[in-house]
Design a protein. Structure first.
Length: 170
């Protein structure tokens, strides 16, 4: 193959997302060695800003986000685009005001496990910062909370998307 266009789009996407996930893990580990846990504040700010772009991404893709089901679907599509096809999730319960979802495979967690097993410091907070910012940018009426996390030892991640006034976060 002498031209990038000769490589199938799915293969390019998988390579790009895998490289980005590994780069993120390596960056975290190296900067953490230099400045310690202060890196968590930096990551939280970066991930919060990144999440804010979700609305623009959803609009450019024509993804609606009027209710909790649509917000969850848009977040799933955006997260899969950014993290890669290893992101596997399912809906457990859903209605227009509340979604309970489960993630059974996470590309970022998989990168941590392959690159440097046992180094998950800060990851739950980084993930929460991105997802909360993303959900709130997609529809300011809603927010997200994680109930379980694979990166802290749970068998899956479980989250709930609900109206902000019900979460105590207005």
């Amino acid at each position: 193959m002498s031209n990038i266009s000769d490589i199938p789009g799915e293969v390019r996407w998988e390579i790009a997302t895998r490289a980005a996930n590994y780069q993120s893990v390596a960056y975290d580990m190296l900067v953490r060695q230099i400045i310690g846990d202060k890196i968590d504040e930096i990551w939280k700010a970066i991930m919060t800003e990144g999440g804010k772009e979700s609305r623009a991404m959803a609009e450019s893709l024509g993804l609606p986000s009027v209710n909790a089901i649509e917000v969850d679907s848009a977040l799933g599509s955006i997260s899969t685009i950014l993290l890669g096809p290893e992101l596997i999730s399912e809906l457990v319960e859903e209605d227009k005001e509340r979604v309970l979802g489960r993630i059974t495979s996470c590309p970022m967690l998989n990168a941590h496990r392959r690159f440097e097993p046992g180094t998950m410091e800060g990851t739950p907070a980084h993930c929460q910062a991105f997802c909360q910012s993303a959900v709130e940018s997609l529809n300011p009426r809603f927010t997200i909370r994680y109930l379980k996390r694979m990166c802290t030892g749970d068998p899956s991640c479980e989250y709930i998307i609900l109206p902000r006034e019900q979460s105590g976060r207005e």
